[in-house]
Ligand binder design. Structure first.
Ligand SMILES: *Cc1c(COP(=O)(O)O)cnc(C)c1O
Length: 363
């Protein structure tokens, strides 16, 4: 198959310069969208065709489109960062491309080749370049590639028509008032994924199944919910959209091993590398929640954090469950957690040397 070229089908901007400046002054997260979106369509007979950049706007979709009934959908999350010299970069995009191919396989969706994924992102960010915020604070252009079953058919089978889009949304600092540790509710009621299920795929259904547990967390005054493994309800899986780490007094950094129910985060993988670089000993293992809570109480575990593209690295200050509350360290942001966060964001914004070759220039 020949490579896709995302050709502009229109060049007129949807939003005036003034309006855009107003939005970029306080973008929030996921509320405002750029001028364009990238699109390609897959059909069982022709494969991927029709790559284009079109104005951002509502989709035309049959009410019988398979995705609305059976949830055959996957997505990715990435960011474009402006550096001090004005250039625009993204972080490990080939990892997102490959993960989207793995997610596609699990959801019986077609795999978009890595080069086409990368080209869709590059073409969109080039067209929407004025939307990449200036690098004050931790602002970025959040990129959301996604793919769904668009065939008009209520029969239950993999869709014969699939649409792929990339949309982009300017994002302000995740923590406008400085990094705030999370309060995490440990649910013993719900699981986000089970053995053999879709936990390792980045699909909307995993998020749908996490929302009630998130509501439960909020009703207990928590910010996030911790999911344990679905079989024994003893081992840490992850939060609804972030992987979890613990740092011990004796210099180990622990994270759940990939069981098939855990999403393999690009941030997770990068943190393991950066931690090893600074002399911590990375350990991917089974983290039994009750043992973790004991080690928090004894001071053996000194810091915990969650990580993912949106919030980068977020300290966990406290766990709550039906059985009580546990404060990690002094409940604030751990030193090593903040150092890892500073280094990772430093690489992304071009302030720290990119010694692992993680950045790709987009504009
Ligand atoms: C996207 C996601 C993460 C974090 O992945 P990153 O590649 O680091 O952004 C973690 N857990 C879940 C369930 C996710 O969907």
């Amino acid at each position: 198959m020949s490579a896709l070229t995302f050709t502009p089908a229109a060049t007129a901007r949807r939003i005036t310069d003034d309006e855009r400046a107003r939005i970029l002054a306080a973008p929030g997260f996921g509320q405002h969208f750029t001028d364009f979106m990238a699109h390609a369509r897959w059909t069982v007979s022709e494969g991927w065709t029709g790559a284009e950049l079109v104005p951002f706007g509502p989709l035309q979709l049959s009410p019988a489109a398979a995705v609305l009934h059976y949830g055959q959908e996957i997505f990715e999350g990435m960011k474009a960062f402006r550096h001090a010299d004005g250039s625009v970069w993204t972080f490990r995009p080939e990892q997102n491309a490959r993960r989207m191919m793995r997610s596609a396989r699990r959801l019986a969706l077609p795999e978009l080749p890595e080069r086409d994924f990368l080209e869709s992102v590059r073409a969109l960010v080039a067209a929407d370049e004025p939307w990449v915020p200036q690098p004050e604070g931790e602002t970025s252009l959040y990129l959301r590639p996604f793919m769904f079953a668009s065939e008009e058919f209520l029969g239950v089978r993999a869709s014969h028509t699939v649409d792929y889009y990339v949309i982009a949304s300017p994002a302000g600092a995740y923590f406008p008032r400085g990094v705030q540790p999370l309060v995490v509710w440990v649910t013993d009621t719900y699981a986000r994924a089970g053995a053999g299920g879709t936990g390792a795929a980045k699909c909307g259904g995993n998020y749908a199944s996490s929302l009630l547990a998130k509501n439960e967390a909020v009703s207990h005054g928590a910010d996030e919910v911790m999911f344990l493994d679905s079989e024994t309800h003893t081992a840490i899986d992850e939060l609804s959209g972030m992987n979890v780490f613990a740092i011990t007094r004796d210099g180990r950094i622990l994270t759940p091993r990939l069981t098939g129910s855990i999403l393999e985060g690009v941030t997770r993988e990068s943190v393991l590398q950066l931690a090893a670089d600074r002399g911590l000993q990375p350990v991917e293992t089974t983290l039994v929640m009750s043992e973790v809570l004991d080690q928090i109480s004894s001071g053996e575990i000194t810091e915990m954090f969650a990580c993912g593209t949106a919030a980068v690295i977020t300290p966990i200050g406290e766990y709550r469950s039906q059985d009580g509350t546990w404060t990690i360290g002094d409940g604030g942001s751990g030193q090593t957690t903040l150092a890892l966060r500073e280094e990772l964001t430093g690489i992304q914004y071009g302030r720290v040397p990119d010694r692992h070759g993680w950045l790709t220039r987009l504009v």
